[in-house]
Design a protein around this ligand. Structure first.
Ligand SMILES: Cc1ncc(COP(=O)(O)O)c(C=O)c1O
Length: 358
């Protein structure tokens, strides 16, 4: 390779480290509880749609706006197709939003700790990111509106990641009603929660709700998501997206999944049951378990969190550790199948013995 390479990048891009996604270990004998995927396969209707798919059609471009999916999903919530945009995963929609509503003079706001992609997106856009610390128990601070005032775009994950808690609707509504810019309610985990805010779009023209098929629909590998918002916001976001940001196959398979409500409800119910089981068992082992309305738990182990994370990794069990100040005492564990939970617990018992002896 030529050794005379000099950077051609914008200096801010050259200097940044970029988003670090959770590890994707090679398939094999690993237990993967690190990126909040579903442990269950997608609906059998997805398999059927795939089997019936005519690959000759792949020579054509897909419908640019996912017309069939938008018609069906909007009807489910009493919206119309012009309230919906689809994306290549939520990250695509979050990118589109950042590009639409932020730049060097229009800052982004988000909570800390929250989904770590938000500050990275702001950085990529050359926008300031105002990080608003959550309270001691990871709730919204009283003076949130004051702190976010200069921002034009406010990303709020609800339920929050990596903490797993859901913010009260009244607090979110107060933000939607009073914040002067765009509020994005990132509802990646809302299907596992007791309440959601998808109805707020009807009331507030500045509010965007994003949903993904990566978690509750077991389709992280497909990359499919949608956002609900005022038709004027959707119209503007359409200008910013790649012309064909969602593949033909993704549109077809997402629709097949959407229609199978029975399988979806069943999967979500199983995750909630497993979440309860995992929370109880970890608490018995001396972990502090935060309340979760997601498909993961944010917990403080009774031993050093980084050591626990590494000891599990040695046993091919992958969870997530965030080394930042607010999160370094915790680990995040995705809720798996009962077998995966049992394996995790068994390994945990061994590790706790090892680490408390040494
Ligand atoms: C809060 C939050 N939003 C969005 C995403 C990304 O979802 P997608 O797979 O749809 O891009 C994640 C993934 O972990 C997440 O935790």
């Amino acid at each position: 390779m030529n050794n005379n390479y000099v950077s051609y990048f914008r200096p801010d891009i050259e200097a940044m480290s970029g988003y670090a996604p959770g590890e994707q270990p090679k398939a094999g004998k690993v237990i993967k509880l690190n990126t909040n995927e579903s442990p269950f396969p997608p609906s059998p209707m997805v398999r059927k749609a795939l089997d019936e798919f005519n690959t000759d059609l792949l020579r054509l471009y897909p419908n640019p706006v996912s017309a069939d999916f938008r018609a069906e999903v909007s009807a489910m919530y009493g919206y119309t197709a012009d309230n919906i945009i689809t994306g290549n995963g939520s990250d695509d929609l979050l990118t589109i939003l950042t590009r639409c509503f932020s730049d060097a003079s229009h800052p982004v706001a988000c909570f800390d700790p929250s989904y770590s992609l938000y500050p990275t997106l702001a950085e990529l856009q050359g926008a300031e990111c105002i990080k608003i610390p959550l309270t001691e128990d990871f709730d919204i601070p009283e003076n949130v509106l004051e702190q976010a005032e200069r921002a034009n775009l406010f990303f709020i994950a609800c339920p929050n990641a990596p903490t797993g808690n859901r913010f009260a609707r009244e607090k979110l509504e107060k933000i939607c009603a009073n914040f002067k810019g765009i509020v994005v309610l990132d509802e990646a985990y809302a299907d596992f929660a007791e309440q959601n805010c998808i109805d707020m779009v009807r009331k507030y023209a500045n509010t965007v709700v994003t949903r993904t098929f990566s978690k509750s629909r077991s389709l992280a590998g497909l990359r499919f998501s949608y956002a609900v918002a005022h038709p004027k916001l959707i119209e503007g976001m359409m200008k910013m997206k790649d012309s064909y940001n969602v593949s033909m196959l993704a549109q077809k398979l997402a629709l097949a999944s959407l229609r199978d409500m029975e399988y979806f409800n069943d999967s979500v119910e199983k995750i909630k049951q497993n979440r309860k089981l995992l929370a109880e068992k970890l608490a018995e082992l001396g972990f502090t378990v935060l309340p979760s309305e997601t498909n993961f738990l944010f917990v403080i182990p009774p031993v050093n969190a980084a050591d626990y994370f590494n000891a599990l990794k040695k046993r091919n069990i992958f969870i997530r550790y965030f080394a930042m100040e607010r999160t370094c005492r915790y680990v995040r564990i995705t809720v798996g199948t009962q077998e995966e939970i049992e394996a995790l617990l068994q390994a945990t018992v061994e590790i706790l013995k090892e680490l408390s002896v040494s």
